[in-house]
Design a protein around this ligand. Structure first.
Ligand SMILES: [Zn+2]
Length: 262
């Protein structure tokens, strides 16, 4: 299974992805917001893009669909419940469906709503596990909920992300790692793992960005550290009306609120 992370260099700091079968060269373009770059990578690698896949409906994930499809004849796959949010969908997919690419790649569809109501991610079972997670998990952060629901995003993390193995490689839709690690350190100034990682990635070339694992995220991503004494104490200080022993959900929602204005 080949996963190519492609940096766009746009103002939204978007990444998009191509996943290809090493045996057949068949490829799927995931949220290909920069069609010239997408088509150039396919040409360079000798890949045949047969499908475009959207994780969710935001313009910075779907606006490249038409040009890639016009150039390749690819079919468009999107969440089954996209409706008019994503135009011209050929195939809708839902929890538990599998997207097979060539002979070797099998991506499982995981519904991960919260950032938007219809958001889906792809979990690759080949080799080491991979999670192509759109705007659900970011390096050291999570997606905003301006067009979604933070309660639903919490449930996605509790019920889905928390159950994935530590070795899962994380492929997010944007490069926000430095800013997010600074938020972690604002909440947990003594987090040595976050300090060390920030020193490693500050000023990194996003064309060769570090790919983290869930094991690393569990050490440096505040939204996955809901039982850390430091995180809980900091939230209780900011939100004195919370119960004496706040729930994980209370902490997650409070962190999401703080991050909105941070
Ligand atoms: Zn989005």
């Amino acid at each position: 299974m080949i996963v190519e992370q492609i940096w766009t260099g746009n103002s939204g700091r978007n990444f998009f992805y191509m996943v290809a079968c090493a045996e057949t060269g068949e490829a799927v373009a995931i949220d290909p917001i920069d069609p010239p770059k997408c088509l150039a990578v396919a040409k360079d690698k000798g890949w045949d893009i047969t499908r475009v896949f959207n994780t969710h409906e935001h313009a910075d994930h779907i606006a490249g669909n038409d040009d890639v499809i016009a150039a390749t004849g690819a079919k468009l796959i999107a969440p089954y419940n996209a409706g008019s949010r994503i135009p011209r969908v050929d195939e809708g997919v839902r929890e538990g469906d599998h997207v097979k690419i060539g002979k070797t790649v099998d991506l499982e569809v995981i519904e991960t709503p919260g950032h938007t109501p219809i958001h889906i991610s792809l979990f690759g079972h080949n080799d080491e596990p991979h999670l192509l997670c759109g705007d659900t998990v970011f390096n050291a952060g999570v997606g905003h909920c301006h067009t979604g629901d933070p309660n639903v995003l919490y449930a996605t993390f509790r019920d889905k992300i928390a159950k994935m193995p530590d070795g899962t490689r994380i492929y997010p839709g944007h490069d926000y790692i430095s800013n997010n690690l600074q938020f972690t350190l604002d909440r947990e100034p003594d987090n040595a793992d976050a300090k060390a990682l920030l020193a490693d990635v500050e000023g990194q070339d996003p064309d060769a960005a570090l790919v983290t694992t869930l094991g690393t995220e569990r050490k440096v991503n505040t939204f996955m550290r809901l039982d850390s004494a430091g995180v809980v104490a900091g939230i209780k200080e900011k939100f004195p009306d919370l119960p004496d022993t706040p729930s994980d959900e209370d902490i997650f929602l409070s962190l999401r609120l703080l991050r909105n204005d941070w």
